[in-house]
Design a protein around this ligand. Structure first.
Ligand SMILES: Cc1cc2nc3c(=O)[nH]c(=O)nc-3n(C[C@H](O)[C@H](O)[C@H](O)COP(=O)(O)OP(=O)(O)OC[C@H]3O[C@@H](n4cnc5c(N)ncnc54)[C@H](O)[C@@H]3O)c2cc1C
Length: 349
C-alpha cells in the first residue's frame, strides 16, 4: 500500500494484560494514541488483547469506542515468552488485517514487534514518541542519540507496526463496559511452548525501586555516601532515610553515576541502588512529573537525563552546585539528611 491510499489505513491497537488481568498505563496511553490517530484520519480502530484471561482488560476499555475487539485468552499467554507472544500478536494482526498496528513499547511488546512485522512482511518502528496522520501523510517521531535528534519518519510500506514509548500520551480513561470480543486463539501450538517460564527475578536487592509510572522521581547522589560535617560517613542512616522516603512516597529511585559506581565500602548499605537506576547521559532519561534531587551535584552529564522531568527541586549543601545554574526550579541549600528526615516524619503523619 502506498501513501496515496493513506485514507484506507486500518488501525489496530494490540495490548497484553498485566499480572492482575488489567491493562497497564502504557497500554492505555497507546490506546489514546490509536484513538487520536483514528480521529485525525476520520477512521475507526480495532483493539486486540492477549493474556491469561483478557475479560477484565476488555471490560476496562469497553467504552473506548473501538469498532471491534479481538482476544487471545488462555494460560499459554500468561507469561512473556517470545514464541507465544508473537503467535498471539500475529494472530490478532491477521484477523484484523490492519495496516497500522500500534502497541505500547513495553519490554514484552518491544521484544516481539520486530519479529512479527518481519513474519507478515511488514515494517516496524520502536521507541516512537508520537504518530500523526493527515489525508496525505502518516508520520511517526522518535528520539535518537539519547534524545539529541528527533527523527520524523514516514513509510510507504504496510503493515507498519509502531511501539509507542510510555509517557508521551495521556492514558485513556473511561467507564468499564462489557464487550463481545472475537476469540482469535485460546492456546498456542506445542512448538511455541518449548521454553518454560520458571519465575521472575528482579535485579538488585529484590526491592523494586524503578517505577516508571510514579509521579515523583527521587534522585540520590554520592553526597549520601560522603563524610558529613562530623567527619564520618552515615551510610546506614542514609539507607534508612532514602528507603523510608521511597516507601512512604511511592517515588521512583534514580541515582547519579557516582552513586551507582560505589566502592565496596559503601556497596552493602546502598545495595538497592544499581546501574539501572542511573539517570543521565550514560544513564536513562525517565519521564516523571516531578523530580527531587538529593546530595547530587547536578553536573551536565547527569542533569541531561532530567530533560523530561517537569518540576525539579534539589537539596544540596553547596549554593554553587549545578542545580543553582538554571537546572532546578527550586534549590534548597540545606543538609539533605536533615531535610529528608523531616519530610519522612511529616509523611508518617
Ligand atoms: C561522558 C560522561 C558521561 C557521564 N554520564 C553520567 C550519567 O549518565 N549520570 C550521572 O549521574 N553522571 C554522569 N557522569 C558523571 C558526572 O559528570 C558526575 O561526575 C556525577 O554525576 C557526580 O555525581 P554526584 O553529583 O552524585 O556526586 P558528587 O559530584 O560527588 O556530588 C555530591 C554532592 O552532594 C552534596 N552533598 C554532600 N553531602 C550533602 C548533604 N548532607 N546534604 C546535601 N548535599 C550534600 C555535595 O555538596 C555535592 O554537590 C558522566 C561523566 C562523563 C564524563
Amino acid at each position: 500500500m502506498d501513501q496515496g491510499e493513506l485514507s484506507m489505513d486500518k488501525i489496530l491497537l494490540i495490548a497484553h494484560t498485566e499480572a492482575n488481568g488489567s491493562l497497564s498505563k502504557a497500554s492505555l496511553e497507546a490506546l489514546t494514541c490509536a484513538k487520536d490517530l483514528a480521529a485525525s484520519l476520520s477512521t475507526t480502530f480495532a483493539v486486540g488483547v492477549f493474556g491469561e484471561n483478557t475479560a477484565k482488560a476488555l471490560e476496562q476499555i469497553g467504552s473506548c469506542g473501538a469498532e471491534k475487539y479481538l482476544s487471545v485468552s488462555g494460560a499459554d499467554f500468561k507469561d512473556a515468552r517470545y514464541a507465544t507472544d508473537s503467535y498471539a500478536v500475529e494472530g490478532i494482526y491477521r484477523k484484523a488485517q490492519a495496516s497500522i498496528v500500534i502497541a505500547a513499547g513495553t519490554s514484552r511488546m518491544n521484544r516481539v514487534i520486530p519479529g512479527v512485522a518481519h513474519r507478515v512482511e511488514g515494517v516496524a518502528e520502536l521507541h516512537v514518541s508520537s504518530i500523526a496522520g493527515s489525508a496525505t501523510e502518516l508520520t511517526a517521531t522518535r528520539w535518537l542519540y539519547r534524545q539529541r535528534i528527533e527523527a520524523v519518519i514516514t513509510r510507504a510500506s504496510r503493515p507498519w507496526f509502531l511501539g509507542v514509548d510510555s509517557g508521551n500520551y495521556t492514558a485513556w480513561t473511561g467507564s468499564t463496559s462489557a464487550v463481545t470480543a472475537e476469540s482469535v486463539a485460546t492456546e498456542a501450538p506445542a512448538a511455541c511452548k518449548r521454553s518454560k517460564v520458571v519465575g521472575l527475578e528482579s535485579p538488585g536487592s529484590g526491592e523494586q525501586t524503578i517505577k516508571p509510572d510514579a509521579e515523583l522521581l527521587m534522585v540520590a547522589g554520592a553526597g549520601w555516601t560522603k563524610k558529613q560535617a562530623d567527619g564520618t560517613v552515615h551510610a546506614q542512616e542514609a539507607r534508612k532515610t532514602i528507603l523510608g522516603f521511597l516507601s512512604k512516597s511511592g517515588a521512583s529511585l534514580g541515582g547519579s553515576k557516582a552513586m551507582v559506581d560505589l566502592d565496596s565500602e559503601n556497596r552493602e548499605a546502598f545495595n538497592f541502588m544499581t546501574h539501572l537506576n542511573q539517570i543521565g547521559q550514560t544513564g536513562t532519561s525517565p519521564r516523571h512529573q516531578k523530580g527531587l534531587s538529593t546530595c547530587c551535584h547536578g553536573e551536565e552529564p547527569h542533569a541531561v537525563g532530567w530533560r523530561f522531568i517537569n518540576e525539579r527541586r534539589a537539596v544540596n549543601l553547596d549554593a554553587n552546585c549545578g542545580w543553582a545554574r538554571g537546572k532546578a526550579d527550586v534549590l534548597y541549600v540545606a543538609d539533605a539528611f536533615a531535610v529528608m528526615a523531616k519530610v519522612n516524619e511529616l509523611l508518617s503523619k
